[in-house]
Design a protein around this ligand. Sequence first.
Ligand code: XMP
Ligand code: MG
Length: 213
Amino acid sequence: MKPVVIRSGVSACSAAGVPGLSAGLRKQLECVLIPPAAIQGQIRRLARAIVRDHGRRKEPLQMVVVLKGGAFFGVHLAQEIFRQSGPAVRLNFIHASSYGGATASSGSVHIEGRLPAVKGGRLLIVEDIVDTGLTLWRLKQHLLKKRNAASVRICALLSKPDRRLPWLARKLEIDYTGFVIPDLFVVGFGLDCAESFRELPFIAAVKAGAPPA
Ligand code: XMP
Ligand code: MG
């Protein structure tokens, strides 16, 4: 399944056409990059691809949702899989934070949270955004090598390939990607800026130096 590629930066998008955007939000957000209907449409297509790939296997689909950002996406994706008569879904939540330091490639990722017995299981990591790729790479290795998962697939709502660490560019395969976006800091649909904006039903670029909500 092909991701939607958003090539233009903030110059080509606007906050127009998104109902319910208060004057306060308009001051903080540069523009709406992906409106709600486009996100929902792409989640439907992602769910279709996941249901198709899961095939006739009877076992539930074990999702590993990366908090906090992946929570909104994970819930919408699980519901869409249900609507498309897909497999039963088990939602598991973990925290993963990367400590890149000066060189992101040497950064380690701290993983917290309980998972069910995943030994021999087929897992689907659900993440909000892939940036350098380090968090997902380390998490995938952890699940495969330390937790002995049989297979680990990755589903990300957004990806910023321009930011990928060179050594991960080929190595880290994102099995399902919703949108490819330019190198912008974005918020909404789970993504935050100092804990603000997670609840927005769209993806927006924040104005540089905007005061927190
Ligand atoms: P890496 O670099 O490990 O990082 O792929 C992935 C994590 O970085 C955060 N991130 C963002 N958060 N807007 C956000 O709100 C962004 O544009 C952004 N880019 C990266 C996010 O937590 C993600 O899981
Ligand atoms: Mg995240």
